[in-house]
Design a protein. Structure first.
Length: 441
């Protein structure tokens, strides 16, 4: 059989833009989703612009303690996009008021629960176009169609990384090409330390579409790598519970090991718990920015490698947790008497995950309030920013006990929370696309 035909059939069998769909999403539906995301961000940009008076920033062009007047619309829209993609550099963050932080939490919750459905459609659109363009340039006589698809993802991602690196090097003052690659890695992985962040207006404009496109590419690439790792673990006949039992200690060891390597390569006098704290915030892509590897070139090079490995490790863990979540959903469905709850489970809503969502927020709010002497609003805000991996860094734990709690909270809470959001997003996306297609008919 012709190799190109074989590859195309493999794509149509293995690639589905949404769970349970075998046909591509209509172009009209994609346009509606793009317009919806734009309108959504515009509304929130106007809200945060109104609330931004006196907002503190970590913009390196400002003196310590200097405050901004109201953000411009570009700055507000840029802040919305950085939050939507969970990059969260922290150079723009909600004002230090109860109202702003409550609205900031609402914005994040809307992003991870509702808007992720629209963004999932955009990610599918990006995936389709990347495959279409790459198929014209990549040789289809490869021994494995999976390798061809992996090469497509990798080449597209590297092109975006190179473009971001060059733009950052050219548009920002006194930034080397290495700084550009470091910035591109920190951005596309959504770690977003904030030590390297756009300050030029043109760079902020460029970042708005590049963030959505680039983060979607990283998600596709990480998913492809994770599927390969998952297939390897399944071939070892390792039970589900054993896979997760191995994954969490692996993340812990990688966090500590990564932190120790960064300390040895730089000038920081981090303690053991600070190394673990930095490594955990990097692996989970929270990246507050209070600890960041910027003192030496060697640290930045290692950071680029460590971050990409971390993204893959986290994606594999999310797949394992998702398997357990699906098993729990089927078990609950057998024992539940409530017709309403059964309909929700049939629709793909992870009821156990929704309960876990509430428990994690309550636990984080109470724990960090006690450990850091924060009020309940600030503690809940910090919990939301951490679990969503936005990680602005405007509030960070200052005590040793608080940092240790943050390590455990990130390594356990972030993967569990992300798995819940992924299941909710998949369920809502399928329902949303179905409604839009019916309305279009």
């Amino acid at each position: 059989m012709d190799a190109a035909v074989t590859l195309q059939r493999t794509r149509s069998q293995k690639r589905s833009l949404l769970p349970g769909r075998t046909e591509p999403i209509r172009f009209e539906v994609e346009l509606i989703c793009i317009a919806s995301v734009s309108i959504y961000l515009t509304i929130w940009a106007l809200v945060f612009r109104h609330l931004s008076y006196g907002t503190s920033t970590r913009d390196l062009s400002l003196a310590d303690g200097e405050q901004l007047d109201h953000w411009s619309f570009l700055e507000s829209f840029y802040f919305g996009m950085v939050t939507l993609t969970t990059v969260g550099y922290g150079n723009y963050a909600p004002a230090d008021t109860t109202c702003s932080r409550m609205l900031g939490m609402l914005f994040i919750w809307c992003n991870v629960v509702v808007t992720s459905s629209l963004v999932a459609v955009l990610g599918g659109c990006v995936q389709r176009e990347v495959e279409r363009l790459a198929s014209a340039t990549i040789c289809t006589s490869s021994s494995s169609s999976r390798k061809v698809l992996m090469l497509q993802h990798f080449s597209s991602l590297m092109a975006v990384v190179l473009l971001l690196a060059v733009l950052y090097h050219k548009l920002e003052e006194d930034k080397s090409l290495l700084d550009g690659f470091y910035f591109a890695t920190v951005t596309l992985s959504t770690v977003g330390y904030g030590r390297e962040a756009p300050s030029h207006d043109l760079m902020k404009v460029v970042m708005i579409p590049m963030l959505l496109f680039g983060v979607a590419l990283v998600g596709n690439m990480a998913s492809s790598l994770a599927e390969n790792f998952k297939a390897f673990f399944e071939s070892t006949a390792l039970a589900r519970r054993h896979r997760i039992a191995i994954s969490f200690p692996t993340l812990l060891a990688a966090s500590l090991g990564g932190g120790l390597v960064f300390r040895s390569l730089g000038e920081e006098a981090w303690s053991l718990h600070e190394c673990l704290y930095f490594g955990a915030m990097t692996i989970t892509t929270v990246g507050y920015g209070d600890y960041a590897p910027v003192s030496t070139r060697e640290q930045k090079v290692f950071a680029i490698i460590f971050i990409w490995l971390s993204v893959t490790m986290l994606t594999v863990l999310l797949m394992f947790i998702g398997e357990v979540g699906e098993f729990s959903r089927l078990t609950l469905r057998k024992h539940l008497r409530s017709a309403l709850l059964q309909r929700l489970l049939d629709a793909g809503v992870p009821m156990g995950g929704v309960v876990l969502f509430g428990i994690l927020h309550i636990l984080g709010m109470l724990t960090f309030s006690c450990l850091e002497s924060w009020n309940l609003t600030d503690s809940l805000y910090f919990t939301t920013v951490t679990l969503s991996t936005v990680g602005y860094g405007d509030i960070v734990p200052m005590t040793e006990s608080g940092r240790k709690m943050a390590v455990g909270f990130a390594l356990v809470g972030v993967p569990c929370f992300a798995s819940v959001v992924s299941a909710l997003s998949a369920a809502m996306t399928g329902h949303l696309v179905q409604k839009l297609e019916l309305a279009d008919d």
